[in-house]
Write a protein that binds this ligand. Structure first.
Ligand code: FES
Length: 131
């Protein structure tokens, strides 16, 4: 199995690793087949246009190298983006930005995109409950 340079770079130097205290949205997803677990935290802010953005995002991942690299990439792609844009980041976007993943590791990018979307949904659900 051969990883791209980009995957190795994100695996060895993950961006946005850690947790956010008092996060506005949190999601944990796991893959029952491989047992890998990914947790995403988001902090919501506003840009100059008054749109809600992912001001900060962090991840904690217990899993394979590709799971760490895809978590790192998804946080890089989503940071500073509006919540609408974050919801549009797909598994394919993550894989493409990582210059592709070996076929047996494609599911790892799925986990990252789902965790991001679920964290945004968690934020939206909390908002609804407050109202
Ligand atoms: Fe399952 Fe990587 S092997 S997330």
């Amino acid at each position: 199995m051969k990883y791209s340079k980009k995957v190795l770079e994100h695996f060895t130097h993950p961006r946005n690793q850690g947790r956010i205290r008092n996060a506005d949205g949190v999601a944990t997803v796991g893959n029952p087949v491989c047992g890998d677990i990914m947790k995403i935290y988001i902090k919501i802010g506003e840009n100059k246009k008054g749109e809600k953005i992912l001001e900060d995002i962090k991840f904690e991942t217990l899993g394979c190298g590709a799971a760490v690299a895809t978590s790192s990439m998804v946080t890089d792609l989503a940071k500073g983006e509006t919540i609408e844009k974050a919801l549009k980041i797909s598994r394919q976007d993550v894989s493409k930005e990582l210059q592709g993943l070996p076929p047996t590791k494609e599911h790892c990018s799925n986990l990252a995109a789902i965790a991001l979307h679920d964290a945004v949904k968690n934020y939206k659900d909390k908002l609804k409950k407050k109202k």
